[in-house]
Ligand binder design. Structure first.
Ligand code: SAH
Length: 267
């Protein structure tokens, strides 16, 4: 537990000597109730919040009035700020004596480029603290009632990035299959390539998959179908980002109501 006197409650613009500190803070998958207490406390006290596009507006609304909020949203087509520029911004603000809350969707160290931001700060002599967040993989699994591990179905879980850069054959071989659950981030645009690769690797076309769109948000959708129909499902349902693809038998374990909705959706 964090007391008021330690780092958990102290990300205001107060000066502690010449150099500020950067907190890399996970904002969780969307629902503000899924913030950690430490993240909420930092956000409530912060004088400067640098946030990315995945952070839900309802969470940004928790920042204190008058706080400086800087969006460094990235999208596939338009990068508002390149990663190097984000790193430089964090470093320059800290060197100017400002404490910075760097708020990132999910967990900062799961496909969030938090590692690069931490490295940049450390290289510049800026102190960094990391506050974990509930990654969207866990948020989506909970919200859609998909147990990522299950005594009868899966004892290995893999988190994989599905954007083009990570799509080599070697990366995908053996990731899904008996006893395994595969969770794919950033895979909506490449869903067809992914299912082709997995089936070429021997995965049965009827292995169940779930697509969880906008997990934990009010407009969340859970869509289900067989692996062979993944690309069609994504296209016919016009799945929007952010969404996760979960592949494996555990996706058949979900709540009946959600499954009924999904069957409707795939018809
Ligand atoms: N650090 C984040 C992941 C950043 S990569 C985390 O731990 O969750 C961005 C990808 O995360 C998106 O393309 C999507 O695949 C996934 N994602 C993030 N938030 C999501 C949400 N609310 N619902 C579904 N997928 C989400």
């Amino acid at each position: 537990m964090v007391s008021n006197s330690d780092s958990g409650g102290r990300a205001s613009n107060e000066r502690k000597g010449p150099i500020g500190k950067v907190w890399l803070v996970g904002a969780g998958p969307g629902d503000p109730d899924l913030l950690t207490l430490r993240a909420a406390r930092l956000l409530l006290n912060a004088g400067l919040v640098v946030h990315d596009g995945l952070v839900d507006p309802s969470i940004m609304a928790m920042a204190r009035p008058g706080a400086r909020l800087v969006s460094v949203a990235k999208s596939r087509s338009r990068h508002t700020m390149r990663q190097e520029e984000i790193n430089a911004l964090l470093v320059s603000e800290a060197l100017a004596g400002h404490d910075v809350v760097r708020l990132k969707g999910g967990d900062p160290f799961i496909f969030g480029r938090g590692g690069e931001e931490a490295e940049a700060c450390k290289a510049a002599g800026v102190p960094v603290e990391v506050v974990p967040g509930i990654t969207s993989a866990l948020g989506a699994a909970a919200a859609a009632q998909i147990p990522l591990t299950h005594r009868d179905h899966a004892s290995i879980v893999s988190f994989v990035a599905g954007q083009c850069k990570g799509l080599s054959d070697q990366d995908w071989s053996g990731l899904a299959g008996k006893g395994r659950t595969l969770v794919i981030f950033m895979g909506v645009a490449t869903a067809g390539d992914i299912s082709d690769k997995l089936m070429a690797d021997g995965l049965a076309p009827d292995v169940p998959v779930a697509v969880v769109e906008k997990a934990t948000r009010d407009d969340m959708r859970v869509l289900r179908g067989p692996l062979a129909g993944l690309a069609d499902l994504v296209e016919s349902e016009r799945v929007q980002s952010p969404a996760l693809i979960v592949i494996g038998h555990v996706t058949a374990e979900a709540d009946n109501t959600i499954r009924a909705l999904a069957l409707e959706a795939v018809q």
